[in-house]
Design a protein around this ligand. Structure first.
Ligand SMILES: *Cc1c(COP(=O)(O)O)cnc(C)c1O
Length: 394
């Protein structure tokens, strides 16, 4: 079939929840994707901050194939070695003490919300606890995750949300303080807002939220689903700030293409929240998903991924600063490591479409921002290639 026919078939069969780009992708190699006509694309989207290691990493692929031949799935009622190894490794790199594996980011958020509610319930036996989330946040599409997502447009048709969610402004500590009551059980936000437009939390905001949470025994929950797993140059973005959350979430690059997420917590929270019967999942953390996590963690070390992110991230930063000063249509540039955004005066859809024609995959964050979240293994040369193509499109 021709590309056009495949797209027509897709549009007949799939629910119309995405305005898809008009290409059918077939395979990947390194930082390039290929469509079914063999056209090559330089990928600065990475499946939305997922494919950290690039495509076709042999060690990763072999590890998955080995695990398929051994054991794909068992119930969480039994132990399995990949899950044990993955949990140990996550503890080591995150400094958290307890791990629960999920199948997606949204489910990790659901688990974090349940953890916070249970923690507060065990303290006072009440069931009217409140969570403070941030405007412009994104935490996923399931009902709980949607309830804490600070985009009214995403929520409207699906009301009522879960109750007792309040919204404050990221990096505005007074807006958080003004929402705190004796019912507040958690303050939840992304260390670097992704979908909302690449807004990193400031150091003072992080520290002040931590202090507030300590003073009121409120749980600080950081969503590291997009900004974690090396994207900012630290394994988790909060590790730049000299504080530690009580609960955190991960997904996206955690499995580098295998759908898996996790929420993690400190020993204190683990000992005073979810117990047997409170939470579960059939697939979450199955041997296949956890074999992926184990290999990802191993390759992050052996391929010095964090060093690469720091070096190439700084280079990307310089290059985007260059575009900002060269082109009037850009008004601002934000971000850290390989999570950066270029703010445009106009909607960026046409630029992104043109880039696709020219063999460059980019993604937006909100209507006016081009988001750069490439595989974490890109090189300076890839950045140069991206800039060359992007300039052609402007
Ligand atoms: C993508 C994302 C989610 C949701 O993850 P899914 O795997 O799509 O459910 C949650 N939080 C943030 C910050 C994300 O970027």
């Amino acid at each position: 079939m021709e590309m056009k026919e495949y797209i027509e078939e897709a549009e007949k069969a799939l629910l119309h929840t995405y305005n898809r780009f008009q290409i059918v992708l077939e395979k990947g190699e390194g930082v390039h994707l290929y469509d079914i006509n063999g056209k090559e694309y330089l990928d600065f989207c990475a499946g939305i901050a997922v494919f950290a290691l690039g495509y076709g990493n042999k060690a990763y692929n072999d590890a998955l194939k080995d695990q398929i031949d051994k054991l794909l799935h068992t119930s969480n009622y039994y132990y399995n070695i990949p899950a044990i190894e993955a949990a140990k490794k996550i503890k080591e790199v995150s400094g958290m003490d307890r791990v629960f594996f999920t199948n997606s980011g949204a489910e990790a958020i659901e688990g974090a919300i349940k953890t916070a509610r249970k923690y507060a319930y065990l303290k006072d036996g009440k069931t009217d606890h409140e969570i403070i989330a941030m405007e412009h946040s994104f935490h996923g599409r399931t009902m709980g995750a949607l309830s804490v997502t600070g985009n009214p447009h995403y929520r409207e048709a699906f009301e009522p949300m879960i109750g007792n969610i309040k919204f404050a402004k990221l990096n505005d500590i007074e807006s958080v303080k003004s929402q705190i009551t004796d019912k507040t059980c958690a303050i939840l936000f992304e260390t670097v807002q992704g979908e909302g437009g690449i807004f990193p939390a400031t150091e003072s905001f992080m520290r002040e939220v931590r202090d507030l949470c300590d003073a009121h025994d409120i749980l600080m929950i950081l969503d590291e689903i997009q900004c974690g797993m090396g994207r900012t140059g630290e394994m988790f973005a909060w590790q730049r700030y000299g504080i530690k959350p009580d609960v955190m979430t991960s997904a996206k690059a955690l499995g580098c293409g295998v759908p898996v997420g996790a929420f993690m917590m400190t020993e204190k929270v683990g000992a005073h929240s979810l117990v047997a019967g409170d939470h579960g999942t059939t697939y979450g953390g199955n041997p296949f998903a956890c074999a992926a996590i184990c290999k990802v963690m191993e390759l992050f070390e052996s391929e010095h991924v964090l060093d690469n992110v720091r070096r190439v991230g700084a280079y990307l930063y310089e290059q985007l600063e260059g575009l900002l000063s060269e082109y009037d249509i850009f008004t601002e540039h934000r971000g850290v490591g390989l999570m950066q955004g270029l703010v445009c005066k106009e909607p960026v859809g046409p630029i992104i479409n043109k880039a696709l024609e020219e063999g460059l995959i980019l993604i937006n964050a909100g209507a006016n921002i081009i988001r750069f979240v490439p595989p974490l293994v890109i090189t300076e040369q890839d950045v140069d290639d991206m800039i060359t193509i992007l300039k052609r499109c402007l």
